[in-house]
Structure formats: C-alpha cells, structure tokens
Design a protein around this ligand. Structure first.
Ligand code: FE2
Length: 392
C-alpha cells in the first residue's frame, strides 16, 4: 500500500513536470508570435531571419503625351525555417503616381505611399519559397524606387523547440512506465492473492492434522491451535523476525502430532500413569519428529515436536538437552504448551486458577522454562488477557 502511494506520488510529480514543460513551450510560442521582421530599405531587407524582398522595374512605356506606364515586380523570398504571415510592404512611389493595375495583392495608395498586403491565397509565405506580386503605375516621371518597408509575422510551431521533443520523449517514457507499473501491480496483486490462498490451504491442512491429534483426547480439544497462537504471540514479543513468527505458528500446530501413535487408553487415562505408561506417552516427541522428518518445507518443524518437552535445566525429555542447546522455537513452545495445559481442564484435574498459573511460571523460570521466555509470557499476560483466549 505504501509502495503504491510512493509510486502514485512519483508519477504525479513527473506528470506535473511534463505539464510545466508544455506550458513553457506554449508561453514561448505566444511570445515569439509577437515578433515582427521589419527590413528598413532595399539594401537591408536581407535580415537575420533570411527574408529577402526585391523590387524590379521590369518595364516602362509612354502613355499619352505626359505620362508613362511603369511595371514593378516584387518578390518575397522566405529562406527562413518559419512560415510568414500577415505581411505588409510599403513602397514610396513618385508624386501623383496612380496604380492602374496590380496582381497578387490588395493595395491602397495614399500620400504617395503604396501599401501592399496579401490576398487570401497568398497570406502565408512558406519556408524556403518565394511569392511574387506586381503593380503598374501611371506616372509623370520615371523614378527608381530605392527603399521599401516590409514586415512579417513569423509562425512558430511547438515542434520548432528542442524542449518540445524532450517533452514528447518524456511523455512516452512516462506513459510506458505507467503501463509497466500497472502490469506489475496487477501481477503482484494476482501473486499476492495466490499466496494468500496457498497460505490458507497450508494453515487449514495443518489445522486439520492438529484437530486430528486433539480429537484423540476430548480434554485437549483446541490445545494445538491455542499453543500455536500463544507461541506466535511470544515470538512477536521476543522480537523474532516476521518469517520466524509465521513459522513458529505452523511448527506449534503440529508439536503433539506424535500423540496419534499413542494408544487412547494411555493418553486418556484419568488416574495416575505407571512409569511404563509415562514412558510410552513421552515417546510422542520422538514419534512426532519421525512423522515430520520429511516435512522440510518448514524448517524446524520436526525439532518442535521432538524438543518441546525438554527443560531448561536439562530435566526434560527425550534428549535431556539444557539451556541454549534446546532449539529456541522448542523453548517457546514449551512455555506456551505448559501455559495451555495449566489453563485448561484435563482428564486428571480441572484448570488451575490464574494466580497459580502465574506462580508456576515464575517458580519454574530457569528450571523447566527459559527465563527470558517466561518474562515475555508474564508481560503478555499483563498486556493482553490470555486467560480469555479460547480458540483462534
Ligand atoms: Fe507434548
């Protein structure tokens, strides 16, 4: 969940950066669109934007006694990489000259100034292309036109900016990453659900086995599940790694599996057991370890069955191990097992009262039980009400 939030945050941040990139380009576009190119004179028309305007007096002829007809051809050469639009060219003409004909422009002629602008079809001068227009003047005197003024508005596109392409690449990467993340997330969710199902199957299978063990003795019904629960809580309290906390639950569930091989009449005998019968009952540890010897998917499960009756002072069975020689998980199960035995009714005695249980735990700390685990158990009893735990 935390990972998903981080991922969403990163994608959100990248998306905002991407959006800002496009905003910068848009801002640049609007700023650039207001720039105009204004050549000053015929000798200066070739400006930094590579736009050339040339005017050529191509023909003249007499018209009546006092007038001449003069034809001018104008060409606009756009060598820049931008389209040009809304162009306007102003040309000073001889005094009292009149325009008698024109092509490719609309014009007005006032105060001896001819202003030419495009018609619809030649509004845009494409990059690396040329446009021409012309006009005929009726004038008294033939004069060379030596200067003109022109201005254009260049059209800029987003793709003119390297930032635009960087942004496009960034968008693609963002998009592909988002798709990959979604696929990974879906696959992870599917694996997680598969894992959860596998876990349920394992737990239910092991619980079924433990119920089978507990069914041998009506007085110990639910014992294995409770011992597993107490063991897991103890493991948490003792700050064991999460993986071990989970494992000890499974190990404790089957700690008494060897009891399936103990005859019912001995297991459920209400009176005192003879030394031979006690010996037989004690074999449930080694028999359980034998049953679980091939169960190597859960490491330590056979040790849990074999050593959960070992005592910290070495007085337990079957191997009479002591102290740290007893596997830690078995020492935990030993405390959990004894706690449940004391807090539930048995065929040979009713449950012990709470104070007696606490006394027993403290008295046997360092003898039957590992003192560190007893301390954890006493803390747990104080913090949570274990006396009320029935079955998970
Ligand atoms: Fe046992």
């Amino acid at each position: 969940m935390k990972r998903k939030k981080h991922l969403m945050f990163i994608f959100g941040l990248l998306f905002i950066i991407n959006l800002l990139g496009y905003c910068v380009i848009q801002y640049q576009l609007e700023r650039e669109a207001s720039i105009e190119i204004e050549p000053k004179s015929l000798t200066e028309v070739n400006n930094e934007e590579d736009v050339n305007v040339t005017l050529l007096r191509s023909k003249d002829w007499p018209e009546g006694k006092f007038y001449h007809g003069v034809q001018y051809d104008v060409s606009i050469l756009n060598d820049s990489s931008h389209q040009l639009t809304a162009w306007e060219i102003t040309i000073p003409v001889p005094k009292k000259a009149k325009v008698t004909d024109s092509w490719n422009i609309v014009y007005k002629c006032e105060d001896d100034i001819l202003t030419a602008s495009p018609v619809d079809y030649n509004m845009i001068v494409e990059p690396h292309s040329q446009q021409t227009f012309g006009f005929i003047l009726k004038t008294k005197e033939i004069e060379d036109i030596e200067s003109l003024h022109a201005h254009f508005i260049p059209i800029y596109h987003s793709s003119d900016y390297p930032l635009f392409w960087a942004n496009v690449a960034f968008t693609c990467i963002l998009f592909i990453s988002a798709i990959i993340s979604i696929i990974v997330e879906l696959r992870t969710a599917s694996l997680r659900s598969q894992n959860l199902m596998d876990k349920h199957i394992i737990i239910q299978t092991m619980k079924t086995f433990s119920n089978f063990v507990d069914a041998k003795d009506p007085y110990t019904r639910g014992h294995s599940a409770r011992v597993a629960y107490y063991s897991r809580e103890l493991a948490k309290k003792l700050h064991l790694p999460d993986r071990d906390v989970e494992l000890i639950y499974y190990i404790a569930l089957l700690h008494d599996i060897g009891k399936v091989l103990i005859p019912d009449d001995i297991l459920n005998k209400p009176g005192r057991l003879s030394p031979e019968e006690r010996e037989i009952i004690e074999t449930h540890t080694t028999k359980g370890a034998g049953i679980l010897k091939d169960f190597d998917a859960i490491s330590g499960i056979a040790d849990g069955a074999r050593y959960h009756h070992e005592h910290y002072d070495g007085s337990g069975y079957p191997a009479k191990l002591s102290g740290e020689d007893i596997p830690f998980l078995a020492r935990i199960i030993c405390v959990a097992d004894s706690y449940d035995a004391m807090s539930s009714d048995r065929c040979y005695r009713p449950r012990l009262d709470n104070d007696t249980i606490l006394d027993e735990l403290m008295t046997n700390s360092g003898k039957q039980f590992d003192p560190e685990i007893v301390t954890a158990m006493l803390d747990l009893i104080k913090e949570t009400n274990f006396f009320e735990v029935i079955e998970e």
